[in-house]
Design a protein around this ligand. Structure first.
Ligand SMILES: Cc1ncc(COP(=O)(O)O)c(C=O)c1O
Length: 423
């Protein structure tokens, strides 16, 4: 079932029955048991930081006690630490529609973006323009600005209006950076169509998959994408600051160059040669020593995802979102909330945003009541529906608490007004 049938005239009992039925028939319901979700909490922020799964905690403990604790430096070989960036990349690859040797796990999304921009622009010389869209996740724009500065303007950043994207990609464009799922609205871009448009004028594409990987189906290879990056700590549940991933289409492997020519991207790191020689393939995007604890956590989390059907995950995430929208519009009508995400589930990732002029204090009040979402300036309340550990009844409970916060105006308390350092 890809759409949720909740008749407008349904009464409370009918809604309760529908929700109980959805939970009973949920093919992913058993997966929740693998996660540590604190009692009494409704966690709707898995699109920011995914929850901790028990096998992940077990794996990190093993790395600490058995591998680092016992084998010390020998664990680079005995535990296969040295292979982690490629091994974890190959496990992530099927989730983004890539071949195992097209993905590597390393660094942060921002750093990987920097590598991809320079690699794409290098392939596409003498073109000099990097296009990003206004309203993109800030790091995508900032890194493009930084590339312009670092190259003393040889590469130029062009920030375009979302409505003018097609017109902004022209014969000067080396690469265009786009989010597959928008961080604020959850709007899904048509990767295949936009890649074809970019290619038609000779531009390459760099996709940010931070809000797609592990949440919805992604088909980088069949869409003809060139490069992609994404976070390991959102729907991939790799933990706070988990390493990010980088994809490069195999047709670029022979010619692509990484601007960060660290020793672990060298063809023979332990030959300790004086000059840099890149290793063949995706491995040249590895720069320095991998953070083994974070990599191991992400690997364990991907092992948990292995064998689950991503189409099923996508379907559930969208249904949870659809239920949320339907219930908010029934139960919270008249309180000033406006949907800021596509209503059509097929055009939406796994989170939902509502706008409200007092969004920040409302979110703070909700969090204090145990409903954890987040706030994005200037007015968006964001609610993430991570399909692996959320139940349909969590959605209903969250909406009832939201209604209560709005109806009783508890959010007006002065203590909710002050911005925290992380929103
Ligand atoms: C679309 C998008 N790109 C990038 C990032 C952040 O990347 P980094 O791992 O470098 O902090 C985020 C973080 O929320 C994001 O939403």
């Amino acid at each position: 079932m890809s759409t949720l049938d909740l008749p407008a005239a349904a009464d409370a009992a009918e809604i309760a029955r529908t929700i109980a039925d959805l939970d009973r028939r949920d093919p992913l319901k058993a997966v929740r048991d693998a996660f540590e979700i604190p009692a009494g909490l409704i966690y709707l922020d898995g699109n920011s930081l995914g929850a901790l799964a028990r096998p992940v905690a077990d794996r990190v403990r093993t790395v600490l006690t058995h591998e680092w604790g016992r084998d010390l430096v020998g664990a680079w070989v005995s535990a296969g630490w040295i292979d982690l960036p490629r091994r974890v990349g190959s496990k992530l690859a099927p989730l983004v529609g890539a071949a195992p040797d097209e993905v590597v796990v390393a660094d942060s999304t921002s750093v990987n973006l920097f590598k991809c921009i320079l690699a794409a622009a290098d392939i596409n010389r003498p073109r000099s323009v990097i296009v990003t869209e206004r309203g993109e996740f800030p790091t995508d724009v900032y890194v493009a600005e930084g590339v312009e500065q670092a190259t003393d303007g040889r590469l130029r950043h062009r920030l375009c209006e979302p409505t003018a994207l097609a017109a902004s990609i022209d014969g000067d464009t080396a690469a265009v950076i786009l989010s597959h799922v928008h961080y604020r609205s959850a709007l899904v871009r048509d990767m295949e169509a936009l890649t074809a448009k970019a290619h038609a004028v000779g531009a390459l594409t760099i996709w940010d998959l931070s809000h797609s990987a592990g949440a919805i189906r992604v088909n980088l290879d069949s869409a003809g994408a060139d490069f992609a990056v994404g976070c390991g700590y959102k729907y991939l549940n790799g933990g706070p600051g988990a390493p990010a991933f980088l994809y490069a289409a195999s047709r670029h492997h022979a010619s692509m160059r990484s601007p960060l020519t660290g020793w672990l991207g060298h063809a023979a790191p332990f030959a300790f040669e004086d000059g840099y020689r890149p290793v063949a393939g995706i491995g040249r995007f590895i720069c320095g020593t991998p953070g083994v604890l974070g990599m191991s956590a992400l690997e364990a989390s991907l092992d948990l995802l292995h064998g689950l059907d991503i189409a099923e995950i996508e379907r559930k995430g969208r249904q949870l979102g659809q239920l949320f929208i339907a219930l908010v519009e029934r139960r919270c009508a008249g309180f000033g909330l406006t949907l800021a995400s596509p209503r059509d589930p097929a055009q939406r990732g796994c989170h939902v945003a509502f706008r409200h002029a007092d969004g920040y204090p409302i979110m703070r009040a909700l969090i204090e009541r145990g409903v954890i979402g987040d706030f994005r300036e200037p007015d968006a309340l964001r609610f993430g529906f991570a399909p692996l550990y959320l139940r349909y009844r969590d959605v209903q409970d969250a909406v009832e608490i939201l209604r209560d916060v709005l109806a009783n105006e508890t959010w007006r308390s002065a203590r909710y007004a002050e911005r925290e350092s992380v929103t």
